[in-house]
Write a protein that binds this ligand. Structure first.
Ligand SMILES: Cc1ncc(COP(=O)(O)O)c(C=O)c1O
Ligand SMILES: N[C@H](C=O)CCC(=O)O
Length: 430
């Protein structure tokens, strides 16, 4: 595989952009080699500047659940653009998408649109603090909620990948209000609550975390959190930026039957455009300005082009439940196919999979939290990543990420992914 144009662009980019990229994980630092620069994407494939084609297993970190450049989304965007690109004023489409989100996501009775997942989580915490009059919140080790200061403590995703789970630049004053707990450990939450009784505004978590590699909630864990939060007057926030509209049309909360007080959304909600949202119970969301005193605003929030893409995507998912059946099928085919290949090579590496999200960890121990995720052999992961890339499969360039499948993957492409997996495993273990 020849990537000379990508290499040239990356070298040039480093003169003008920190690290040559606009988001750290893209730089391939954790897996070695230079990042590929993408020229275009269509269906299940992306194409780089050297015209190599790759089967997509990242899908823009989640949003492209129907595959790239879907004609329905493209047409909606083009039609919206005929009327102008931004108004900074209310539109009918914003009301339509809000009503649709409320009908799809169990916890959401009112919703505010923003421009990214980061904005959604920062705003949700501010609202929870305003509503409860408390300052502290609980965050799980290895979970990622975007790059807001108070979340960059034991953060997953690019923060752990780059070795900065606690980012410089976050003041001690900010950090002291973020209480850390291991995921999947209810007793640890009870201890934190006991030690900070009456001071905790919120507990935020990825219900099914993808940012330390995919990790699943143990039976009863989410329901246990719900019980503790209700008992203690703590706002339970599910960060469903990854899982919303992906694990089910109503997200992880629908799948697990546990309803939080607030939910943050992103990725799929914008159909590939920069959109986030936060919502929840009416009485909490009524605290948001101008209905209430908690300030949050955005020049481009509810952007008409982004709303057109998002509305088209959500309407489709809402009316096509077979999408989730098919995604579950593909997810299980890939995970079970990989498991039997690994077994044949004498290694029962852990594969966590749920619906269209999965991660392969290079450890045979169960991965249920940040500590166990860190047991994975990341050097071996880097070799695997490169071996797959050279066989035309584009994975997330970090162990601490989930992969995202799309409906554009045919059975034939699943076969190609498994064949590449088999060759790659053979190569890296030999
Ligand atoms: C669970 C979760 N929350 C929040 C974010 C932040 O979203 P964004 O990158 O759109 O700011 C991400 C992804 O980056 C995420 O995976
Ligand atoms: N894990 C992150 C979001 O889900 C990866 C995207 C990024 O930070 O660039």
């Amino acid at each position: 595989m020849q990537i000379s144009e990508s290499k040239r662009l990356f070298a040039h980019a480093k003169n003008f952009i920190p690290g040559g990229v606009n988001s750290p994980v893209r730089a391939f630092r954790a897996v070695g080699g230079d990042p590929i620069f993408i020229k275009r994407a269509d269906g299940a494939f992306i194409y780089d500047e050297d015209d190599n084609a790759y089967i997509e297993l990242i899908n823009s970190w989640g949003p492209m659940i129907l595959g790239h450049n879907h004609p329905m989304i493209r047409e909606a965007v083009i039609a919206a653009m005929d009327n102008g690109t931004s108004f900074g004023a209310p539109t009918a489409r914003e009301v339509e998408i809000a009503e649709l989100i409320v009908s799809m996501v169990p916890s959401v009775e009112k919703v505010r649109m923003v421009n990214s997942g980061t904005e959604a989580t920062m705003s949700a915490i501010r609202v929870a603090r305003g509503y409860t009059g408390r300052d502290k919140f609980i965050k799980m080790e290895g979970h990622y909620h975007g790059h807001g200061d108070s979340f960059l403590i034991a953060a997953g995703s690019g923060a752990i990948t780059m070795g900065h789970p606690d980012s410089p630049g976050v003041t001690e004053g900010t950090a002291k209000d973020t209480l850390l707990a291991p995921y999947n450990d209810l007793e640890a939450i009870e201890r934190l609550v006991e030690a900070n009784r009456g001071e905790i505004a919120a507990l935020i978590l990825e219900p099914v975390p993808g940012n330390m590699g995919l990790t699943l909630p143990l039976p009863g864990y989410l329901a246990g959190l719900r019980e503790i939060c209700t008992r203690e007057g703590i706002i339970l926030i599910f960060d469903e930026v990854m899982t919303g509209f992906r694990l089910a049309k109503g997200g992880a909360q629908e799948l697990f039957g546990v309803t939080p007080d607030m939910t943050t959304l992103g990725k799929i909600i914008g159909g590939g455009m920069p959109v986030g949202a936060y919502g929840g119970k009416k009485e909490i969301m009524e605290f948001v300005s101008p209905a209430g005193p908690v300030y949050q605003a955005g020049t481009l929030s509810g952007n008409p082009i982004a709303m057109a893409a998002g509305l088209t995507m959500l309407n489709y998912l809402n009316s096509h439940p077979e999408v989730y059946t098919r995604l579950n099928e593909i997810g299980m085919q890939i995970a079970s196919g990989m498991a039997s290949i690994n077994h044949r090579f004498g290694h029962d590496f852990t594969i966590n999979q749920l619906g269209s999200m999965y991660s392969l960890f290079f450890t045979e121990d169960a991965v249920t939290d940040f500590e166990s995720a860190k047991k994975s052999d990341t050097l071996l992961f880097g070799k695997y990543f490169q071996a797959m890339l050279h066989r035309g499969i584009y994975l997330a360039p970090s162990q601490y990420e989930s992969l995202f499948l799309s409906t554009a993957l045919t059975d034939d492409l699943v076969g190609k992914i498994l064949q590449a997996h088999e060759e790659s495993i053979k190569e890296i273990l030999s």
